[in-house]
Ligand binder design. Structure first.
Ligand code: GLP
Length: 260
């Protein structure tokens, strides 16, 4: 895993955006895995700016989002479909028919999940997957104890995640209890995984992910087994890492040809 520690949230967002920009420039038909939450907002703003300046053309890109709340239609302001439309899709030239978010209103959820997996496969698999991390170490909505080989499916949120996400709803009582999420196994099949973590609130989850044992108790820890995972942090998110000095040293000595 490559650990990149940067001085500010803006620098971290720019680094993530640079990876996506390079990916789309090299492969205009790229398949992108996208995430929601507060963390990727800066990256999406960067991508919108880069699109406006003419650096990124999204017209041939396909996207798959990680997850969605069950029971919220895409028109609900707190649905992840609405989040993506507002913060990214409405501001770039991605083809609406090629932006995929799980349908929280699906009547037959297992069939919908299997179809979501098929759609990812038919698109050729995910080239770059953007991830945030939950304060309990979840990725997507794969809560602690999720199978590390799980596929897209229904999950029940933990009280901690409900409390964390209550800020987007009126109260914790308004946060749906169930979600559809890509599985840990689905995420692991992406060619490149880019994890972004910002702020002190993520420091212990980040340390467990990078330097703790691989365990379903911290679903993000399975990324230690991924062939190409880039973790981008600001200083507060990195503060509990034991090997900080080494990660900085590696980054400072990165050969020019490996730099994006
Ligand atoms: C939600 C999302 C995750 C996200 C996490 C962290 O639970 N399903 O994909 O990584 O929250 O969110 P935030 O970036 O707001 O801290």
């Amino acid at each position: 895993m490559e650990v990149i520690i940067l001085p500010s949230p803006a620098a971290a967002s720019q680094e993530a955006a640079r990876i996506f920009e390079k990916q789309i420039q090299q492969k205009p038909t790229s398949v992108l895995g996208l995430a929601t939450g507060s963390t990727p907002l800066g990256t999406y703003r960067e991508l919108v700016e880069r699109h406006r300046s003419g650096a990124i053309d999204f017209s041939r890109v396909t996207t798959f989002n990680l997850d969605e709340y069950v029971g919220l239609p895409g028109t609900h302001p707190q649905s992840y479909r609405a989040f993506m439309d507002l913060n990214l899709f409405s501001q770039i030239n991605a083809h609406p028919g090629r932006t995929h978010v799980p349908n929280g209103m699906a009547v037959d959820i297992p069939t919908h999940c299997a179809e979501y997996e098929d759609a990812i496969r038919r698109a050729g698999g995910i080239d770059v997957q953007l991830l945030g991390i939950g304060s309990d170490g979840h990725i997507g909505f794969n809560e602690p104890s999720s199978s590390l080989s799980s596929r897209t499916r229904l999950k029940t949120l933990t009280p901690q995640t409900i409390a964390d996400n209550a800020r987007f709803f009126g109260s914790a009582d308004d946060v749906p209890r169930h979600v559809i999420t890509m599985g840990v196994g689905t995420i692991m099949e992406a060619t490149h995984v880019v994890v972004l973590a910002i702020g002190q609130g993520k420091a212990s989850a980040v340390a467990a992910m990078v330097e703790g044992p691989i365990t379903a108790d911290v679903p993000a820890s399975i990324l230690q087994m991924h062939r190409k995972c880039t973790l981008i942090l600001d200083e507060p998110a990195a503060q509990s890492l034991k090997r900080q000095t080494y990660y900085r040293w590696v980054y400072d000595h990165k050969p020019q040809w490996q730099r994006i």
